[in-house]
Design a binder for this molecule. Structure first.
Ligand code: GRF
Length: 219
């Protein structure tokens, strides 16, 4: 097997997606290893969870820096010090400058809890319910300077149920996130996903599994 890609995860909060990546990367045949978890919030619950899982962590408090660039300089230095190949944002709640994003061009991933390009930004589940969509979901994409934009690697769709609250929908989507993110990262790390302009082309997709999802069901 080719050398495993070295992954740095960026978080700001509870880190449940981070844990799903850590768990996936424990498998011997997973093409990536998690080498560090960095948070802009020193109190992020995910930092303790990563430490408990035996992963090196570092808090880089954005409030300790005068400018966004100075904060990102430190973040970038920590990623490079750990020889990170690919950055995986997992609930990282800081806007990034175009300069930082470009330094990691095509090597930085993010997960967003909607079927992009719908419902970018915050409060996605509330807005999905207000719009009355029947399918919601999540997206893993390559990070570009515009918020929640960039080449899409993989998506998962979940039904919206008649009595859904935003919390109920968020929980259903989160369950899908925990499967989708390790899958999407493995496609990139294994070299099965080629980024061509603003599209991601995936090799060896089992097209015989392309089954439409109808919601409400046809019958
Ligand atoms: C997830 O819903 C993710 O899609 C979004 O922020 C949330 C982070 O949750 N970007 P967690 O910290 O991974 O539990």
């Amino acid at each position: 097997m080719a050398a495993k890609k070295r992954i740095g995860i960026l978080i700001s909060g509870r880190g449940s997606n981070m844990l799903s990546l850590i768990a996936a990367a424990r498998e011997a045949d997973y093409p990536a290893e998690i080498v560090c978890v960095l948070s802009n919030r020193p109190g992020a619950e995910g930092l303790a969870r990563a430490s408990a899982a035996g992963i090196a962590t570092q808090a880089i408090d954005h409030k300790a820096f005068d400018t966004r660039e100075a904060f990102e300089e430190k973040l970038d230095a920590a990623l490079r010090a750990a020889n990170v190949d690919i950055v995986a944002c997992a609930g990282f709640m800081r806007k990034m400058t175009a300069g930082f994003v470009e330094r990691w061009r095509d090597r930085m991933l993010n997960i967003h809890p909607s079927l992009l390009p719908a419902f970018k930004g915050l409060d996605t589940h509330e807005r999905a319910l207000a719009a009355g969509v029947k399918l919601a979901g999540c997206t893993v994409h390559i990070v570009r300077p515009e918020l929640d934009a960039g080449p899409i690697i993989a998506q998962a769709a979940v039904p919206v149920l008649p009595d859904d609250t935003a919390a109920a929908l968020a929980a259903r989507v989160l369950e899908a996130e925990h499967l989708l993110y390790p899958h999407a990262l493995s496609l990139i790390a294994a070299g099965r996903a080629a980024i061509e302009g603003e599209q991601v082309k995936i090799a060896q997709v089992p097209v015989n599994q392309a089954i439409p999802l109808y919601w409400p069901p046809l019958s």
